[in-house]
Design a protein around this ligand. Structure first.
Ligand code: NAP
Length: 324
């Protein structure tokens, strides 16, 4: 299990709202459940309503058990304030539908946890928008989501946080300004671990660049590696260097349960000491230096321009201004 510290149990007001993408399973499930068990309202943004509803039911069942055990930091509500909203990161239109529904609800937004992700794929696939799937699901769609929700967060009061759930896999790749989407990795030379690592590198780069833009605002961006967490996503890592890393983790017992995997996200999302803190990449809730490529300003600019070009149909002038 490793020596990961837990997370601060804080009291979150009921009208303090978090969105957790992929909140129906794995790390996202426990992140969403605990944000709600500490009192907040949580929207799980998921692609399957059925899986989301089952997850909410399960969260309430576990919440009742925690209340019975009198677990520290758990509120005494009858039911958790967790809701489902539809979001499929395979589709930019779906992201826009989410944004429209969220904005028309008139809700504030205090915490946006970009957690949804896919691991290695058996074969190269493209989304309906024509992007390589790992690139779009893990990075591009959630970049679009963040961009459109920034104006809401900016008017939601102090200490609003965006948490980008990246991965240590970003360290095993490199930035290639000439091939940002990894198009040269066409079969049979296709290497999904390279594409996964890059999608996670892009999230760390996004953190640095967005924080620059947001420096005088109430919104901060943090990123993290949740640890090696025993979820379906981890089982997709059968290739190359990851196979060795996982074998070693299993041998020395450093892999985590999904609950333990949520600790770093929860710490980044709620730790009062992190109010106003920017540009930190956490691993086991401790700051860690990310790969140097992520800090390279010209790489960041190249990624930014490429991203804006990919999303140009979906970024009206007012949102583009937010990104300058
Ligand atoms: N597990 C690890 O060791 C590890 C290590 C480093 C980083 N991470 C990162 O941690 C995050 C959570 O992963 P996990 O391990 O908890 O994996 P998981 O159990 O497989 O959960 C992934 C979540 O993402 C959702 N998702 C996948 N594709 C989606 C899409 N197109 N639209 C919306 N949601 C989608 C899944 O929803 P469905 O149920 O609909 O599939 C699920 O809720 C990921 O970003 C991952 O890259 C994990």
């Amino acid at each position: 299990m490793g020596s990961t510290p837990s997370f601060p149990r804080v009291s979150i007001p009921r009208d303090n709202i978090s969105v957790v993408t992929g909140g129906n399973a794995g790390v996202g499930y426990h992140t969403a459940k605990w944000l709600a068990m500490m009192g907040g309202t949580v929207i799980i943004a998921c692609r399957s309503e059925e899986r989301a509803k089952q997850a909410i039911q399960q969260m309430n069942k576990e919440f009742a058990e925690e209340k019975q055990k009198k677990t520290t930091g758990v509120v005494d509500f009858d039911q958790l304030n967790v809701e489902f909203m539809s979001l499929d990161c395979n589709s930019l239109k779906s992201v826009m539908n989410f944004v429209q529904a969220y904005k028309s609800s008139g809700r504030k937004l205090h915490r946006l946890i970009c957690n949804a992700g896919i691991g290695l794929q058996d074969k190269l696939s493209y989304t309906e928008d024509g992007h390589e799937q790992i690139f779009q699901v893990n990075y591009l769609s959630q970049f679009l989501l963040v961009s459109h929700l920034l104006p809401v967060m900016k008017t939601s009061g102090p200490d609003c946080r965006i948490v980008l759930v990246s991965s240590m896999a970003h360290e095993y790749t490199h930035f290639d300004p000439g091939d940002i989407e990894g198009k040269k990795y066409s079969e049979p030379k296709y290497d999904t671990s390279e594409l996964y690592g890059r999608s996670k590198l892009y999230q760390v780069m996004q953190m640095f660049r967005m924080n620059e833009i947001l420096k005088d605002t109430n919104v901060t961006v943090l990123s993290l590696h949740p640890g090696l967490v025993k979820t379906p996503l981890l089982t997709t890592f059968r290739n190359g260097i990851f196979k060795v890393v996982l074998a070693v983790a299993d041998l020395i017992g450093t892999s985590k349960t999904p609950f333990q995997g949520a600790w770093t996200s929860l710490n980044a999302g709620v730790n009062p000491e992190l109010a106003g803190v920017r540009d930190v990449y956490f691993s086991d809730s401790k700051p860690k230096t990310p790969k140097s490529d992520s800090r390279n300003k010209s790489y960041q600019a190249a990624l930014w321009d490429y991203t804006i070009e990919c999303l140009k149909e979906y970024l009206p002038a007012d949102i583009l201004r937010e990104l300058q």
